[in-house]
Design a protein around this ligand. Sequence first.
Ligand code: 5GP
Ligand code: MN
Length: 329
Amino acid sequence: MARIIDENYSKIAEKLKALNHILITSHINPDGDNISSITALGMGLSSLGKSVTIALVSPVPHIYKFLPYTEGIIDFKKLDEDRPNFDCAIVLDVGSLKRVGETVDIRKYTKLVLNIDHHVKTENCGDISFVDSSYSSTAEIIYNLLVDMDIKITAEIAETLYAGIMTDTGGFQFQNTTASAMKTISELIAAGASPEKISQKIYFSNRAAKIVLMGKVLSTLKFDPSGKIGWIVATKDVIDECGANSDDLENVVNNITSIETIEVAILFRDLKDGKIKLSLRARNNVDVQKFALKYQGGGHKKAAGMVLEATLEEAVNRVIFEFRDYIRG
Ligand code: 5GP
Ligand code: MN
């Protein structure tokens, strides 16, 4: 019997089995679950003799480069030069095709778009879509899919999927650290994933520039009078000054949720492109996914993101003002 019983999930497995020339992609600004899901599926499908191309809009962040198969991930610009046609594209860890990147029109490359995701569903995405937010991560769904497709979980696939589940559960700390996630983790360790190696590579292999940047960004911390809302800001100038990248800010905002009074923590990122990117984190009963949805963003109840077209000052004033009301309910 299949590990996941769902009509669309089974249809996706059938298509992947039947088709040969497959494009795999995920969202802009990749995180661990993104990189893990696309490369694990890529390795699994390649082991069936399929021709697999993995493309992303953004480069692979430094801390995930040790993962197998990441060196083969290409930029969509390269695809445009080659103009290939795929039997299908599978879009992972996103609930909207726009999240792949505004410059990408996935329909240019294929007629059939498949989708697997674990975020709160907000719109239809692709032609056949399996979305289940009860899963800890897209990596956990990919594990089940590979097993259901009778694909061997090699030590490399196990290590990769372990990294995805570990990062999306915040090192097995968040609400999505479920029994099912931990059962999968146990199977991945048995298949050859080394918890020590993976956490050393991901959590203890930072470049010095990242830590210097974190210090500068954390020092911008401000609170609303209640102490329940805390926010930090990062500008392109400070990132450049430290010799760091924007992806060095992944999860920096989580530090703010370690302050005892905090219910909402926000990172405002000004990359000087006329847009402000927000990373939202919540505690207790605050639902930041719902807040982000008002601005066409999304994610999970306790971790979400959105983009605002505004100056940094406008974005901060508007969002903090609205959050004061929002958390009062
Ligand atoms: P982060 O704040 O770490 O970038 O993202 C937190 C969560 O929200 C992740 O699950 C991420 O996929 C999602 N997310 C971040 N930014 C956006 C966005 O602009 N739109 C949507 N739909 N989801 C986002
Ligand atoms: Mn995810």
